[in-house]
Design a binder for this molecule. Sequence first.
Ligand SMILES: NC(=O)c1ccc[n+]([C@@H]2O[C@H](COP(=O)([O-])OP(=O)(O)OC[C@H]3O[C@@H](n4cnc5c(N)ncnc54)[C@H](OP(=O)(O)O)[C@@H]3O)[C@@H](O)[C@H]2O)c1
Length: 209
Amino acid sequence: MPVTTSLPWEALAALPETYLTAQGALDALGVARGERLLIRGGTSSVGMAAASIAAALGAETAATTRRRHKAAALVADHVLVDEGGPLTIEAWPEGPDHVLDLVGTSTVLDSLRLVRRGGTVCVAGSLSGWLIPAFEPIAMIPTGTRLTAFHSDTVRGAAGAAVLQRVVDQVEARVLHPHVDRVFSLDDVAEAHRYLEDDQATGKVVLVP
Ligand SMILES: NC(=O)c1ccc[n+]([C@@H]2O[C@H](COP(=O)([O-])OP(=O)(O)OC[C@H]3O[C@@H](n4cnc5c(N)ncnc54)[C@H](OP(=O)(O)O)[C@@H]3O)[C@@H](O)[C@H]2O)c1
C-alpha cells in the first residue's frame, strides 16, 4: 500500500495491520460521537489503536486488561480489570452501545449480554481462541442485538491504501496517538518474541534494522 508520509519507521511500522483493523472494526460497528464503546483486550495493539480512533471520533471508551498493573497504560475513559467472570461497567448500567471484542470466543457471549439492547458486538480478535463451544444463536444472541465481525483482508488494494493514508495523515496531525510499547533491534528478534509471548507488551512492538 503506497503512502506519502514523513513519519519515522518506528512510528509508521506500528500502523498498517493494527490501525486498519481497528478502523475497519469501528466502521463495522458504526461508532459515532458521544456513543459508548467497550474494547475487550484493551492493551493489545489493535485495542489501543481502537481507543485512539474512538477518542478522536468523540466516543466514550472503556477498555479491559486482565492485569491490574497494565491498567495505567490504558488511555480509555474507563479502565476495567477483567477477572474472567461476567464484566460489570459501573459507569454504564444500561451497557455500552458497542463492543469491540478482541479477546473473542471466551468473552463474546458475555459481550452480547452486556451490550445495550439494539447495540452491536464486533468480534475482530481471537486472543482467547477460535471456537465458541455449543454456540446456540437463538438462545445466546439477545433479540435486537447485533453480532458482526471484521477481517482486515477486506481492506486491501486501493481502498486499503486510502484508509491507511487517512490514518497516517491523522497521526502526523496528532489527531491519533499510536502507542509503541518497545522498539527492538532486528538482532534482538528472539527477545522481542519472548516479550510478546509473555504478554508483557502494552501496545505495539517494533523491530528496526
Ligand atoms: N480481524 C483482523 O483482521 C485482525 C487483524 C489483526 C489482528 N487481529 C487479532 O486481533 C487480536 C489482537 O492482536 P494484537 O496484535 O493487537 O495483539 P497483541 O498486541 O499481541 O495483544 C496482546 C495482549 O492481548 C491480551 N491477551 C492475550 N491473550 C489473552 C487471552 N487469552 N485472553 C484475554 N486477553 C489476552 C493480553 O493483554 P492483558 O495481559 O493486558 O490482558 C496481551 O498483552 C489478535 O487476536 C489478532 O489475531 C485480527
